[in-house]
Ligand binder design. Structure first.
Ligand code: NAP
Length: 339
């Protein structure tokens, strides 16, 4: 029998944590012992793994004895505080928060794009999962970048509320229900109503006028593609439950036609091309939800510049944007690096 690995899910009661558990089950990850960790609020709650009950424990610095892999999705503060303890106890941490992403000693990994970077996990015992919007962007752009060398990326996002976690999903449900009954909508998670609205603010504003989310897309894309490529982003929250969409414009060094882009994307790992205007086939969040692929369509030449292309890119933010990407990293770790 092949080796089994002891896995801790930190943030097991959250939106991403629940999906990580499902991904471990679906992908038949060889789990020996599983440990679910969350805040004191959830300690004692009973969840399941492969049909068996698992009691949620409170996250502490002693939670990681005997753990081989710790999947973190409990917010940046918890990752900053507890990843080093987990690594000291011998676990490799795969972190979904933004805490470690730009640390030069922590690899930032999308398996379809830069799997070899995983080798750098030995420096701190931590591997960072990129931001959900960055993951789908680089999965779609990597084959085009390899062929035509991207000089500049202009991206605008249309991001689902599940990207903010469980409470935001409940807030959109609640606001829709209230408004359809003619009642006022409560806003606690977002600064304005999200139901039947769009919010051009994700994360807080920085001194340069961009939001944290926008600058994550800029910096993480450069780190993953290992280039000082020009990137500019506008991140918008929309009243969609699952699935982030992105309007992407690229300028390339070499000419890339629509046909060539389609050919490259058709065979690219993790990508599904949905691009047939004649039958009104294009990617939509309602189709991407529940899927692990990144869907690309609406490919057009940008007629305003010499070498430019427009694309529409959609993926499930909780799956490929978080949980699936983390479990894919864990799969490579056990196959190639851990003994
Ligand atoms: P969520 O639904 O709000 O879940 C948060 C999780 O963190 C819960 O399990 C919560 O446990 C746990 N937690 C909170 N405070 C804690 C504490 N003091 N000690 C231990 N556990 C604590 O949020 P989410 O969407 O799953 O996001 C979790 C992380 O993943 C965040 O860092 C987020 O940025 C990142 N991420 C999210 C997405 C996405 O699309 N949602 C994508 C990529 C990355 P309790 O239930 O006990 O409070």
């Amino acid at each position: 029998m092949s080796k089994l690995w002891n896995v801790a899910v930190v943030g097991a009661t959250g939106a991403v944590g629940a999906q990580m558990i499902e991904c471990l089950e679906e992908r038949s990850f060889p789990v020996g012992k599983i440990k679910y960790l969350a805040s004191a609020r959830s300690a004692g709650e009973i969840l399941e793994f492969r049909g068996k009950p698992v009691v949620v424990e409170e996250l502490t610095h002693d939670s990681f004895e005997g753990i081989d892999i710790a999947l973190f999705s409990a917010g940046g503060d918890r990752s900053r505080e507890f990843c080093p303890s987990a690594a000291r106890a011998g676990a490799v941490c795969i972190d979904n928060s933004s805490a470690w992403r730009m640390d030069p000693d922590v690899p930032l990994v999308v398996p379809e794009v830069n799997p070899l970077a995983i080798a750098g996990y030995t420096k701190k015992g931590i591997i960072a999962n990129p931001n959900c919007s960055t993951i789908q962007l680089v999965v779609a752009l990597k084959p085009l970048h390899d062929y035509a060398a991207i000089k500049r990326i202009v991206v605008s996002t249309y991001q689902a509320v599940s990207g903010t976690g469980k409470k935001a999903i409940e807030e959109l449900h609640g606001q829709i229900r209230s408004m359809l009954q003619g009642l006022p909508a409560d806003c606690t998670v977002y600064p304005h109503r999200i139901a039947f609205n769009c919010l051009p603010q994700i994360d807080s504003f920085l001194e340069n006028g961009y939001t944290g989310e926008e600058m994550k897309m800029v910096n993480e894309t450069r780190k993953i593609l290992e280039t000082e490529i020009g990137v500019t982003a506008t991140a918008v929250r929309v009243p969609v439950f699952y699935g982030h969409s992105e309007s992407v414009n690229i300028e390339t060094v070499k000419k890339i036609t629509v046909d060539k882009a389609r050919e490259l994307l058709k065979s690219a790992p993790g990508v599904e091309l949905v691009d047939d205007p004649a039958t009104r086939a294009y990617p939509m969040p309602i189709d991407a939800a529940g899927q692990d692929l990144t869907f690309v369509g609406r490919i057009r030449e940008d007629e305003s510049i010499v070498n430019g292309l427009n694309l529409w890119v959609v993926a499930d933010n909780i799956r490929k944007g978080a949980a699936t990407n983390a479990v894919q990293i864990a799969e490579i770790l056990i196959e190639k690096y851990l003994k």
